[in-house]
Design a protein around this ligand. Structure first.
Ligand SMILES: Cc1ncc(COP(=O)(O)O)c(C=O)c1O
Length: 395
């Protein structure tokens, strides 16, 4: 039996209705979106996507009372961030970000930098947090966009989005949020924070399938972005140019409809279960794990050593263990699934002091049990014992 502690990579297992909705779509739904007639199955698909757009707009505090037109579906947050960053930033502009970002932010920005955009990377503190005063100071020089993740995929540090949003509003700098780790766990209100774009992924705490995600746009910002991909939208087919209207502008090609069916079921599940309940459950598991980790000899924990202001995502190294070998040992002997390495976030590891060796990440999720947390702690305790450590180091 697997003990799955890699929920920051993707949550697992998914709630059952998610799999059922995908199965039903493939077996009895299955019509394409806006590329058929007005047959019942066509309308079913049309409504499935329309209802989900509304659900997403409501969940994230979308603009104009949650107008579903300002929701774009993508294959995940990586595509969403690429659409936003490459759609808006041009040579000569200046983008600002932080040292805790995932490569889905850093790599598109480095590409744009190579093309003549200026890039400023603000260093976060040893707990992975951005001091809003640092941002305030660095936005005294003109900037065209600020992008940051709501919480770190490495140490779970939650950023002070309200303070950041206030500064960006004052300086009139469009704020883009990577909500990969926070969507489904923390409340989001794009309109009240005046976010230019909120980018999310469906397969993490939103509990949906892989290959889903999207953007909630501020309407005027969406107007200023060029689409990354152009092609068939099922609308205005007589026109040779990409439609400028939303959602069609950013949604060319047949979407991942089985995935969207699953995401719809996931959001319905989340609404019934309640985001607060999910968060409290994960926090309580995280609390126990953290407490146990702090008592283990030879553990170096990165980021904050408290549960406050973080999600239950922990990275550590164990004395005398390479984190890769540690992950293999946990999987081989106890069936514990984790993630070692650099987690697509080299600058974040540099910020926390775990570069270049990387670290082992443990990220419990809603479906873990207290017993599983205890098994993990017991396994680490055994591996950390002086006897095992001596064996590992060969000394
Ligand atoms: C903070 C953050 N941003 C972006 C991503 C990329 O997500 P996806 O692979 O779903 O596009 C991740 C995934 O781990 C993440 O944690």
């Amino acid at each position: 039996m697997a003990i799955y502690l890699n929920n920051a990579a993707t949550t697992w297992p998914k709630p059952e209705p998610v799999a059922r909705a995908m199965y039903d779509f493939l077996i009895s739904g299955g019509a394409n979106l806006a590329r058929g007639s007005a047959a019942r199955r066509d309308l079913k698909t049309f409504n499935l996507v329309g209802d989900l757009r509304e659900r997403v707009a409501t969940l994230f505090g979308g603009y104009e009372g949650g107008d579903p037109r300002y929701v774009t579906f993508t294959s995940g947050v990586t595509e969403a961030l690429n659409i936003v960053l490459k759609g808006y930033l041009r040579p000569g502009m200046r983008a600002v970000t932080t040292s805790m970002e995932h490569n889905s932010v850093i790599r598109p920005l480095r590409r744009l930098e190579a093309q003549g955009m200026e890039l400023t990377i603000l260093r976060c503190d040893g707990k992975g947090r951005l001091d809003p005063l640092v941002l305030k100071r660095r936005l005294e020089e003109p900037a065209d966009l600020f992008v940051l993740a709501g919480a770190s995929n490495l140490c779970g540090a939650i950023q002070d989005l309200e303070a950041v949003a206030e500064i960006c509003r004052e300086r009139k700098v469009p704020l883009v949020v990577d909500a990969a780790q926070t969507a489904g766990l923390l409340p989001h209100d794009a309109e009240s924070l005046n976010l230019a774009a909120l980018c999310f992924t469906g397969h993490k705490a939103l509990q949906g399938p892989q290959g889903t995600g999207g953007i909630v746009w501020r309407p005027d910002f969406a107007q200023k972005c060029l689409p990354l991909v152009e092609g068939g939208t099922g609308s205005r087919s007589h026109e040779e140019h990409q439609p400028d209207v939303l959602p069609d502008k950013f949604e060319s090609g047949t979407p991942n409809l089985p995935g969207l069916a699953g995401l719809g079921a996931a959001l319905e599940w989340l609404e019934t279960e309640g985001i607060d309940k999910v968060r409290r459950r994960e926090e309580s598991l995280g609390e126990r794990l953290l407490e146990g980790l702090k008592e283990l000899p030879g553990v170096s924990l990165y980021g904050s050593s408290e549960m406050e202001g973080r999600l239950p995502v922990f990275t550590l190294n164990l004395k005398n263990f390479d984190n890769d070998a540690l992950a293999c040992e946990l999987a081989r002997r106890w069936g514990i699934e984790t993630r070692p390495g650099i987690h697509c976030a080299p600058l974040a590891h540099q910020t926390l002091g775990s570069f270049p060796q990387g670290a082992l990440r443990l990220s419990p999720g809603y479906f873990n049990t207290e017993e599983e947390i205890e098994v993990c702690l017991e396994a680490l305790r055994e591996l950390a014992s002086p006897k095992t450590a001596t064996l590992r180091s060969g000394r």
